[in-house]
Ligand binder design. Structure first.
Ligand code: SAH
Ligand code: SF4
Length: 388
């Protein structure tokens, strides 16, 4: 299919320009967008309100193609994970997390990641390449219409959305793949495409300071920052990017972002690592960091570490996580403990390694979980409380 333009690569303005090149009026771009993003159509012949001549032109020059699905698993808790082929032996993962009031899709922005955080299996596999716009937005396109097909829901513009929220928390550092990420974000927000509100789209970053500022100007969606440490020495070790953009600069960037953000707080993600970053003293240091002379309005999301063999790290015990949460919430900081979802299919945070031998890994993982549960009790991996 080389030489064809993938229409999933074009944002609304680019699609208008593309239609212009074909001698078509701008409203045709809107129609096309609706067919693609609201009806999940990829066959131009099915786009019945487009003139036959345009459909024929498109058929010879364009296509609508998301990454191919390698595997598709649904967890016992309803979490669904797709492994997607992005060529040259690379695969990325997309995870759907259904909840009562919403359906969240966690999407990837890179194959692998160069940041190499100590606790992240994506980081451990190194960086392969940036995803294209079509590969990023294609994850939403594929997932929305696969979910509808599974439920027998007809495609259409309103009221039938399966995916109500998007989080860029899959594989990769979105702010190190900036332009394609922002173009994909714009398509998610566009009324003729997905029409998601900026509050329902969250970008998670390990802290690429200049790009946080740029995002505030280009497409200020909700911001999550992977903090994981309460001081620079610890963060230098856990998130190597901290050596380039230390905490003071990161906190200042968060404050600046809030002037443009759709929410009035930043979410700090904090992965709970036994004996590394999880003491009450660390929690108090965090309180001082975000409530000090230059406070950052924020919420904390504590993520129970999802272990993988090469990390040499262990998840904090539940009681420790609760005690840590209490220090933060006693200081008036809204703190939640993330539910661990989809572990039986390796879809939990930091387990997204894009390995093609998925099945083997699931079995390994199940055995590992059984060992951990023997050691830490049956509730290991089933943290469901929300601390307030
Ligand atoms: N690169 C971005 C987005 C992807 S990572 C970032 O770092 O923010 C998404 C989240 O999963 C981050 O908060 C990350 O720190 C967390 N994470 C990574 N590995 C994890 C693991 N093994 N257990 C729990 N959370 C993990
Ligand atoms: Fe990359 Fe995020 Fe993993 Fe760090 S946590 S290695 S930034 S994907």
């Amino acid at each position: 299919m080389t030489g064809l333009t993938n229409l999933l690569d074009l944002d609304p303005a680019q699609l208008v320009a593309y239609c212009g090149e074909l001698g078509e009026k701008p409203f045709r771009a809107k129609q096309l967008q609706r067919w693609i993003h609201q009806f999940g159509a990829s066959d131009f012949n099915a786009m019945s309100d487009l003139a036959k001549s345009l459909r024929e032109k498109l058929a010879t020059r364009a296509h609508v193609e998301a990454p191919q699905i390698i595997s598709d698993h649904t967890s016992t808790d309803g979490t669904r994970k797709w492994l997607l082929d992005v060529g040259q032996g690379n695969a990325v993962e997309t995870v759907f997390i259904p909840e009562e009031q919403r359906g969240t899709l966690c999407i990837s922005t890179q194959a692998g990641c160069a940041v190499n955080c100590r606790f992240c299996s994506t980081g451990k596999q190194g960086f392969s390449r940036n995803l294209t716009v079509a590969e990023i937005v294609g994850q939403l396109w594929m997932a929305e219409f696969e979910l509808r097909r599974s439920k027998g829901i007809e495609p259409g513009p309103r009221g039938e959305r399966q995916i109500t929220n998007v989080v860029m928390m899959g594989m990769g550092e979105p702010l190190l793949n900036y332009e394609p990420t922002v173009t994909a974000l714009r398509m998610m927000l566009d009324d003729n495409a997905y029409g998601l509100s900026r509050r329902r789209v969250t970008l998670s970053t390990s802290g690429v300071v200049p790009m946080i500022d740029k995002l505030s100007q280009d497409c200020a969606v909700a911001l999550a920052v992977s903090l994981h440490a309460s001081n620079d020495a610890l963060r230098d070790d856990l998130v190597p990017l901290n050596r380039k953009y230390p905490l003071r600069e990161l906190m200042a960037a968060c404050r600046r972002y809030l002037d443009f953000a759709p929410r009035d707080f930043v979410t700090f993600e904090y992965c709970m690592l036994d004996g590394v970053n999880d003491s009450d003293a660390h929690a108090r240091e965090l309180v001082a960091l975000v409530q000090g002379r230059e406070p950052v309005p924020c919420k904390f999301n504590l993520i129970p570490f999802n272990p993988f063999p090469e990390s040499g790290l262990i998840r904090s015990e539940n009681a420790r996580i609760k005690s840590f949460a209490k220090v933060l919430s006693n200081a008036g900081i809204v703190t939640t403990i993330r539910k661990t979802r989809g572990e039986d299919i390796d879809a939990a945070c930091g387990q997204l390694a894009g390995e093609v031998q998925d099945r083997t890994r699931v079995q390994e993982r199940m055995q590992k979980m059984a060992t951990y549960q023997k050691k830490f009790g049956p509730n290991f991996g089933r943290i469901v409380e929300i601390a307030s």
